[in-house]
Design a protein around this ligand. Sequence first.
Ligand code: PLP
Ligand code: TYF
Length: 393
Amino acid sequence: MLSNLKPQDPDKILMLMEEFKADTRQGKVDLGVGVYKDPQGVTPVMRAVKAAEKRIWEEQTTKAYTSLAGTPEYRDAMARMVLADVPQDRLASVATVGGTGAIRQGLELARMANPDLTVHVSDPTWPNHLSIMRFMDLPFVQYRYFDSDTRGVDFEGLKDDIAKAKRDDIVLLHGCCHNPTGANLTLDQWHEVIEILDRTGAVPMIDLAYQGFGDGLDADAEATRLVARSLPQVLIAASCSKNFGIYRERTGILMTLTGDGGARDMAQGAMAFLNRQTYSFPPDHGARIVSTILSDEALRNDWKDELEEVRNTMLGLRDQLASELRELSGSDRFDFIARHRGMFSRLGATPEQVQKVKDESAVYMVGDSRLNIAGLNRDTVPVLARAIIDAGI
Ligand code: PLP
Ligand code: TYF
């Protein structure tokens, strides 16, 4: 029976990671997978995470099951971090296996509620969005997003395309720090998106995987909060992988905002049911680290400080790269790198140019010319800038 299995398409980003590991060249630079690295190339365990783990080790007296939805401490702390003003009467939530688990459960929930659903997703988007929907046999269409001339958002195209969404379709939006482009909507543009969603009756699902990596912890959640306040139904899939640096702990949350009372309880029940069908109880260790940090003022402040250091390091690298390229190219055509936010920027280069950069300079970017800014440091920025110019980008 198992011999009937067919080969599956590999994940290109993870393949690139393997290819990088196998490269024996000195001075190779990994700008592939979206993991934060400090200037020494290390993905550190954050100070507050270490402290929280120590406290958990000292104080935890049982590892018995929690509940299908995860602990209230984690869910409440995350609701406050993401939404600030939490509409308790409208909010349902479950802890999930990372942000990916939240996306999967959110799409399952949406399909349970509307079997005729189409999902509208940005072009381009995180490849796993597409692969999950293909696997689920969920119809989707892509809305225009990236303007390859300006390397900003093609907002007119986006508006025209999402206006075609039908009532009870899902429109999947990146809450901040768009992956893979780095190009983001302004708050004024979010207002316009909300107007369209309100008119069409399509339901937003916000993927929030980089809160704190763009303009700050609150600023990055501003759009999500605005959507949550403005529309009757919202799905939010949030990840703690990046902003707490707990990638392998698999810590995420699915939140839904509904009408109050009965609708909320129905959503809560369906979400707990979905957890049970997939893995029963969600993982607890990462969630407990997060709730321990967020509920303790000293740990919370230390974590916020370190997250700010991470964010400012990436902003500094963006500025350095943009200015290096301004000098080398004698033009401002790479200034978009300083305007982009989050871990990624899409250069808008051809696959051949990306290959040339890899072959000749041992700098690894994803094939669509996405680069992970955090893979750079002050010394490798000039190497990349020179490689970009030499490849004719
Ligand atoms: N959404 C986007 C856009 C991402 O880039 C990621 C990345 O890692 C995730 C969701 C999910 O992250 P995780 O499942 O590691 O929490
Ligand atoms: O886009 C990225 O690089 C991150 C990490 O299957 C990632 O989101 C990449 C591929 C994958 C899971 C996570």
